[in-house]
Design a protein around this ligand. Sequence first.
Ligand SMILES: [Zn+2]
Length: 700
Amino acid sequence: MATRRTFVQSISAVGAAFAVSGHLNLDASPAFAQQVDPLQGHFHPMGKPPSRFTIEVLKQAGADLPFSDTRDFDEQKKGLLAPMKDLKIMADAGHVAWDMERFQFLNQKEEFDTIHPSLHRQSVLNNNCGLYEVIPGIYQVRGFDLSNITFVRGKTGWIVFDPMVSKETARAAWKLFQEHAGQGLPVTAVIYSHTHVDHWGGVRGIVEEADVRSGKIPVIASHNFMEFSVSENVYAGNAMNRRLFYQYGLLLPASAQGFVGQGLGQSGSAGAVGLIAPTRIVEKEIEEFEVDGVNMLFQYTPNTEAPTEMNTFLPGMKALWMAENVTATVHNIYTLRGALVRDALNWSKYISQALYRFGLEAEVMFASHHWPRWGNARIQEVLRAQRDLYAHMNNQVLHLANQGVTINEIHNVYQVPKSLQTHWHCRGYHGSPQHNSRGVVQRYLGFWDCNPATLIPLSPAESAPLHVEMMGGAQKILARARELHGQGKYLLAQEILNKLVQAEPHNHSAADLLADVFEQIGYQQENPGLRNSFLAGAYELRSGIPQGAAGKSSGPDVIRAMSTELFLNFLGVRMDSRKAEGMRFTINLITPDNGEKFLIEMENATLTNIKGFQADNPTLTLTINRSDLEKTMMGATTLDAQIAEGTAKVEGDAGVLKQLASTMVEFEPRFEVLPGTQARTAEPLKADPYEAVPRDSIAE
Ligand SMILES: [Zn+2]
């Protein structure tokens, strides 16, 4: 498989106007390319050490944490059969797909003055890597990717739960498992717990598609799995990719001043992502059936951690698989990279159902991230606390909103109850109380705080100059901001510096000072997404936006999973309507191999489509098999070429395809987030985040 750069070059060479693009995440960290000694100094020449205020904040935070509860460490190491020997896993394409070496520095010190002690603890826990026995008959390989892979003994072989992100990491996990516990038995079934890529992307590392197609190996997933496995990331995909640079700190090397893990796991792997469609779908609230001779109860949990997801209970083993609905963290209600806000109350109710249906008798609980919980009392403790965590977040935020607390205040008002704060798994290593509480308000009330002044405000660049003028100009702001910075009042310093950076994007003193402020705020965060976002902001203010070719296309498996309707909808997003003024045409699209028909209409500078309809007198009728259309969608060929070779047949005015193509824009994820950073781009270290394998979907 080509790296992102070569892959992108090959695409642009054919100039595929209709290729689906803009929904890759660029998730290779330059830590792969940079030689940083995480214990020595700062990775960035302009980086700063923690201030005495930051050191004090972190010390105080440590004092309030329940360090006497060390059960996670016992659970994390219980059942180790074989550690991971080689801490690096190579991709078939030749680069490093997975690297645990870069996180080993976290084990070398008791505490760091640039890492929140709670986050440090979680990252040390996530440094576990190897093969573990959950109970006899259930094994997990952990620390080979962002997520775990689980093997359950069936009658004739192994049932795999959630084959991680990449083919290469899944294959390496399978190899380790076979060396110690697999007994040479084959994979007999695969279960995808939900739609995020870290739960299916590595499937081609453990099964052959032919065996799935022939029915030999069933692949089980919940209702609408294929639709949601791609659709969540398509429409706003390019913006999400850009935001991943913040949430996942993609430019930050692993170091005490940089990236220290992602909370759910250390990071996502950068190997080859594949997708094999499920062959058995769970859609009822509870479905009970045998998988390779093992009786399983599937609990369908839509609209929880993912749009479609399922927990599984194995009554014969008293083992409860909680998918990603219950892990060792508060999960995201709102996701910083961007996604529809999740339903915390619904999530809580499904945990409650799992508790009362299965949790009262389960003796072991395991999941797709983190480590298992043993013993019914412990399982109930965790399930009850997680149930209450999400319900509380929903209810108390709405309680406060009903008393006038707005989306712009709620994160400073809402607090997780003290009794939950003392559970480690209720702390925010993925979601945080701050961004989740704002998410709940967003879900129910939206962005507006009901103050008319914020209803149709000026854009920041338009309002900031007046602020700067009224504050007495840049020098005054800088002087006051330095004072605030010197007093450790970073949130106040950020207020005025942000105005100055918005008003004067090329004021380097302002950008540098704001970077210093962001950095201290970042060091102080318990939540890795918040930490990474502030440190990424500091990075871009100092070094600009990384250059290089932008990732542009999706792998064949993901394109196959995309419905024609989704593809056509996305063309409407990619179209620059300003280029379509005055265009008017209708296209009847027929894809004979799957029997679908669409009426596509261009009118009012808007591209629409309706499935199952045809125009009486279309400008053009385009007939092409869906399997051939996929080649166009991937950018492997163009519609023009397909028409010329007869793969696609046209009747009417084929010129409208050229018109349509002329309106299409290629999204690229290097747009400016912070003003002035585009121009500041010089030589941003040696990193090239684009030198990686194209990624299709976003892990979580
Ligand atoms: Zn996940």
